[in-house]
Design a protein around this ligand. Structure first.
Ligand SMILES: [Zn+2]
Length: 121
């Protein structure tokens, strides 16, 4: 019966994915804010004001922006979420250098709180 174990494996993977998604939503409930009409309006306004990637512009390069990034992570603070400061960026800059900056900032903040020390070599 090769189909039954395979189907079970697929079901387990799907369940694990669903649980991981639920964990992510629980850890960062503000993710749903990005679906709100108020955010769509803020995003459209920002991309209208600055349609080019600001990270690329600093390097003297022209690249259309598709993502509105919070310059300072709002961490679930509604006022900071809606008020910014914001920057227009392309997907490459957002997924690359900005994610690296935020991971580094998150590590620094965690170390300030004493979290993660046991993982250090
Ligand atoms: Zn860019």
């Amino acid at each position: 019966m090769p189909t039954r174990p395979k189907a079970l494996g697929q079901q387990q993977r799907a369940d694990r994915r669903r649980l991981a998604d639920a964990d992510r939503r629980a850890a960062k409930p503000w993710r749903s804010w990005y679906g709100l009409a108020v955010w769509q309006a803020i995003r459209e306004r920002q991309l209208g004001l600055q349609p080019l990637c600001e990270r690329h512009l600093k390097r003297g390069e022209i690249e259309p922006a598709t993502i509105v990034n919070h310059v300072e992570p709002h961490r679930g603070d509604w006022d900071r979420f809606v008020a910014g400061p914001l920057e227009s960026v392309c997907k490459a800059c957002h997924d690359g250098e900005i994610q690296r900056e935020e991971r580094a900032a998150g590590r620094a903040a965690a170390e300030d709180r004493g979290v993660g020390r046991k993982f250090r070599a």
